[in-house]
Design a protein around this ligand. Structure first.
Ligand code: DP6
Length: 361
């Protein structure tokens, strides 16, 4: 039996991918830009085992066996195998490429609640299978065929997915524009509102938009400029511009920023209800104490996950300015994280998700 175990990150888009020009190859209508989040807080872990003793390919996600015949899963598995076969040294004859696979994957965060679990899942699966089959080089074009946003999760830091123009999708891939260490002062808070599975998948949601939305056409016409401005903002660590474009990409909510007469916090929503907020480290304690006052549960629950936040005394004189009523409990907890690196290989066998016969532990 051969085995590989890796972890892969979630990414949050600041210029969103929304709409496809090719459903099958998952080619987007527009280029997008994202921040890869740190795996200490949010990560998928995947073990893939290959053995001549396995009778069929099987996959388990978060402890439940899922359908391996899912067309997107099949597309990425075949694509990695094709690339492995292409390698001169191996050729078609390597029998290991015909061994059946056991794929076991677990998230340490709520699945499908808009926390980009398909991105982390497919990114990590492709990376792990490539490691197992010794495939080197570009993987984002393969991860893209699992879930569009997954192509950005094979890189760390700040990432662009170039939409590409080729019909076969060969130039639709992601690239890193800056590593996670580029902007160390940037913090990310995720306000977890719901950890229930979302009702509409991104795939279905974007199909409806493409079919019905006049706004989408308008959006696409101005997007190249926005993408260039976003890239410049990241390169120059210009928080104000970064934050403003991120929020224009989402909808309107300016209370905190207006009160401070500056842009201190930026928010973005994906397809789920959880808010993802970007801010500089210096703003985290003050912002958190307000979230705690207005939105977090009051009865002594643990409300921070991830990096610690030194709780500041609430600036009580500020509270009335927000014109908000207290809705304690509407946000369940806050995850504090940072930009982080791309997928990682775990060499320690104790990290494996399968036992010595290749079955989920
Ligand atoms: C709102 O990548 O989940 O998170 O390609 O159909 O699998 P499929 O969609 P998916 O869509 C993500 C959409 C988004 C924005 C983004 O991540 O860019």
């Amino acid at each position: 039996m051969q085995c590989a175990t890796c972890t892969g990150p979630v990414n949050i888009a600041v210029i969103k991918y929304w709409g496809k020009r090719n459903e099958k190859l998952i080619l987007p209508l527009n280029s997008s830009v994202s921040v890869t989040l740190h795996q200490n807080e949010l990560r998928t872990k995947t073990t893939i085992a290959a053995s001549p003793n396995f009778t069929k390919d099987q996959i388990w996600l978060n402890g439940v066996e899922e359908d391996i015949n899912n067309s997107r899963l099949q597309a990425v598995i075949s694509a990695v195998k094709r690339r492995a076969r292409k390698r001169k040294s191996d050729g078609e004859t390597n029998p290991r490429l015909n061994w059946k696979l056991h794929i076991v994957s677990e998230n340490n965060f709520p699945t499908a609640a808009g926390l980009a679990s398909s991105a982390a899942g497919y990114g990590c699966l492709v990376y792990t299978l490539a490691k197992l089959l010794n495939v080197k080089g570009e993987l984002s074009d393969i991860a893209r065929q699992g879930s569009g946003s997954a192509c950005r999760s094979v890189y760390g830091g700040f990432v662009t997915w170039d939409k590409g123009t080729n019909e076969d999708g060969s130039d639709s891939k992601a690239r890193q524009i800056a590593p996670h260490t580029h902007w160390p002062e940037l913090s990310v808070l995720i306000l977890v509102v719901s950890d229930q599975t979302k009702h509409t998948s991104s795939t279905a949601g974007m199909q409806t938009t493409v079919e019905t939305s006049e706004l989408l056409k308008q959006r696409l016409s101005g997007l190249q400029t926005k993408e260039d401005q976003m890239t410049d903002a990241i390169m120059n660590k210009d928080f104000k511009t970064f934050a403003e474009i991120t929020m224009k990409e989402s909808n309107q909510l300016h209370a905190y920023n207006n009160i401070h007469e500056d842009v201190k916090v930026s928010y973005t929503f994906d397809a789920g209800p959880n808010a993802c907020l970007f801010m500089l480290d210096s703003e985290v304690p003050r912002f958190y104490s307000l979230v705690k006052h207005f939105f977090l549960p009051e009865n002594g629950h643990t409300t921070i996950q991830g990096l610690p936040i030194t709780e500041q005394t609430l600036h009580t004189e500020e509270i009335p300015k927000f014109k908000l009523s207290k809705q304690n409990g509407s946000v369940k907890y806050v995850i504090h994280t940072k930009p982080g690196p791309g997928p990682q290989v775990l060499e320690d066998p104790s990290e494996s998700l399968v036992d010595d016969k290749g079955w989920p532990k």
